[in-house]
Design a protein around this ligand. Structure first.
Ligand SMILES: [Zn+2]
Length: 265
C-alpha cells in the first residue's frame, strides 16, 4: 500500500512539475504566464489558448475575479485538470468632494473626440499577433521615478464613483526618457488624445499590450519594431494629467491587468 501511494505521489508530482508550470502568482489583476510540455494543448476556463513554439501561453485574471481558474492540459493520451485559487488584492478607495462639475464630467463638445480616441485604443488592443516577446522579462519604463498611483484604486468624486484606476503611475521630471519595457511593435502612436495625451501602444504578442500615456514627446511611429530599453519618448503631462507622470497600462486584449504583475511586484 505504501509503495502504491509513494508511486502515485511521485507520478502526480512528475505530471505537475513536468507537463505544466506557471510564472506569476494567481492574484486578482495579474498576468499569468504558463508553459506546457510539447504535445499538450491548454484550456483555461474552457477556452483553448494559443501556444508559442516553446509551449508558452498567457492569460489574465480580472480585477475582481474570485472564482477559481480551471486549467486543463491534454495530449492524445491524457487530460490533466488543475484548479487554481485566485487570491484577493486589496484596493484603496479615495473620496474627494466639492470639485467643480467640469472636472468630474467632461464637457459635451468633447464626447465625439473621446469616443473616437477609445475606438483607436480598442482597435490597437484587439490585435492578436504571433509575437512571443511577452515570455521574456519586462523592465521598468523610467529610471529615478516614484510610483504615485497603483492598479485598482478607485476615486469617488462628488459622490460619483469613477472607473477604477487601471494604471501604474511613475512621477518624474518632465522630459525624462521613457523606454520600452519589452520588445514589441508599435500599434498606436498618437500625440494628443483627450484623456491620455501623447499615447503609445506596444504589441508584445498573443493579445498582450502595454500603453504609455501623458507623454511629452513620442519618438516612435505606428508599425515600428522596438527593442526593450529603446527610448520611445519623454515623460510629460499631456492629456488630463495633474502633473508630469507616466501612466502605464497592461492589457490582454480588452482585459485590463495590473502592470505591476510584469515588473516582479
Ligand atoms: Zn494614472
Amino acid at each position: 500500500m505504501k509503495k502504491i501511494l509513494f508511486t502515485l505521489v511521485l507520478y502526480l508530482t512528475f505530471v505537475n512539475l513536468h507537463a505544466i508550470e506557471f510564472k506569476g502568482k494567481f492574484y486578482q489583476g495579474n498576468l499569468i504566464l504558463g508553459k506546457v510540455t510539447k504535445g499538450y494543448f491548454v484550456k483555461v476556463d474552457n477556452k483553448k489558448l494559443k501556444l508559442t513554439r516553446d509551449g508558452y501561453f498567457v492569460f489574465g485574471l480580472s480585477k475582481d475575479r474570485t472564482n477559481d481558474v480551471i486549467v486543463e492540459i491534454s495530449n492524445n493520451k491524457e487530460t490533466i485538470k488543475l484548479i487554481k485559487k485566485v487570491f484577493k488584492k486589496k484596493y484603496n478607495i479615495q473620496k474627494i468632494d466639492g470639485l467643480a462639475k467640469k472636472h468630474v464630467t467632461p464637457p459635451k463638445e468633447v464626447y465625439d473626440r473621446i469616443k473616437n480616441d477609445n475606438k483607436l485604443i480598442a482597435k490597437a488592443r484587439s490585435i492578436e499577433s504571433n509575437l512571443d516577446f511577452f515570455t521574456k522579462k519586462f523592465i521598468y519604463p523610467v529610471e529615478n521615478s516614484i510610483i504615485t498611483g497603483v492598479y485598482g484604486s478607485q476615486r469617488i468624486l462628488n459622490g460619483i464613483p469613477k472607473s477604477p484606476h487601471y494604471g501604474l503611475d511613475f512621477a518624474g521630471a518632465e522630459g525624462t526618457n521613457v523606454v520600452a519595457m519589452q520588445d514589441g511593435v508599435v500599434t498606436l502612436s498618437e500625440p494628443n488624445l483627450y484623456y491620455t495625451g501623447g499615447t503609445i501602444i506596444f504589441d508584445h504578442g498573443h493579445g498582450i499590450s502595454t500603453l504609455y500615456m501623458h507623454m511629452k514627446e513620442i519618438y516612435v511611429k505606428k508599425n515600428q519594431k522596438i527593442k526593450k530599453g529603446d527610448v520611445v519618448g519623454t515623460l510629460g503631462k499631456s492629456g488630463r494629467a495633474t502633473g508630469p507622470h507616466l501612466d502605464i497600462r497592461l492589457n490582454i486584449f480588452n482585459l485590463k491587468l495590473d502592470p505591476a504583475s510584469i515588473l516582479g511586484n
